[in-house]
Design a binder for this molecule. Structure first.
Ligand SMILES: C[S@@+](CC[C@H](N)C(=O)[O-])C[C@H]1O[C@@H](n2cnc3c(N)ncnc32)[C@H](O)[C@@H]1O
Length: 238
């Protein structure tokens, strides 16, 4: 079990006894052991740069409280904290969280103290409702169930007036030569995500398949697409 440590810049676990239906139950392939092994197999899995869709969609938001769902090695959380956000960074992988906390410490105390690293499985964890001014989920590629339920819980965690940003690999990437797991159920469109949001409660700011330059498995330049949903939770009507 991952150690329970609560100071900022360290990692907190609340998983001990609350295990409902998790990734591991759905398919061992996607669970904590899978991700820890994937991270341990490499020095650094991701670039260390914030995701481009986060940068383009969140740069104009006033910093407040953010939830980074599936934070990986922490580049997005650190980018947000550098801009003044208080970030709760959640991941199922203890290895990723330790790397994120180490990278935040390197970025300086002003950044590290703004980030809480939380060890949770997003297929079962319910974030506090109406609590975050930004909830960002970048590349949470899960089967439709539990994915839809997870996105609904993340949406419910957005405070009135706040922003939900969901970005994922678009199904059309499977028609390219970029490296993608041959598992179509892991891919989703912006429309799939928008369909989960009650139109009475949300203003859809962006719903798009956004092209992005990449390198394919043969080292050639390729164009991939990110499914991007940016939605603003409407304030309660009086
Ligand atoms: C494709 S990576 C993306 C990481 C980061 N968001 C980024 O874009 O660089 C997916 C991340 O989600 C985490 N993850 C996958 N399933 C999860 C779950 N059920 N609960 C929490 N984190 C999960 C993985 O450990 C991994 O760090």
């Amino acid at each position: 079990m991952f150690p329970m440590r609560c100071a900022h810049g360290q990692v907190r676990s609340r998983r001990a006894s609350r295990r409902a239906r998790t990734n591991d139950d759905v398919d061992g392939y996607f669970g904590e052991a899978f991700w820890n092994e994937r991270y341990r197999a490499h020095g650094a899995v991701w670039s260390g740069e914030p995701n481009p869709q986060l940068v383009s969609e969140a740069s104009d938001l006033a910093p407040a409280a953010a939830l980074d769902a599936g934070c990986g090695e922490g580049a997005d959380a650190i980018w947000l904290a550098e801009r003044g956000w208080r970030v709760t960074a959640v991941d199922v992988s203890t290895v990723a969280l330790e790397r994120g906390a180490a990278a935040a410490a390197k970025a300086g105390d002003g950044v590290a103290r703004r980030i809480e690293w939380l060890h949770e499985n997003l297929t079962s964890w319910t974030p506090p409702e109406s609590s975050y001014d930004l909830v960002s989920a970048q590349f949470m590629q899960l089967p439709r169930e539990p994915r839809d339920a997870m996105f609904r819980r993340l949406a419910a965690a957005v405070a009135p007036g706040g922003t939900l940003l969901v970005v994922g690999h678009h199904p059309s990437d499977l028609q390219t030569a970029v490296r993608r797991p041959p598992l179509p159920e892991l891919f989703f469109t912006a429309e799939d995500v928008v369909a989960l949001l009650d139109p009475d409660d949300w203003k859809i700011v962006v719903s798009a398949a956004r092209p992005r330059g990449a390198t394919d498995a043969g080292g050639r330049p390729a164009t991939i697409h990110d499914a991007v949903v940016r939605a603003q939770r409407l304030r309660a009507r009086r």
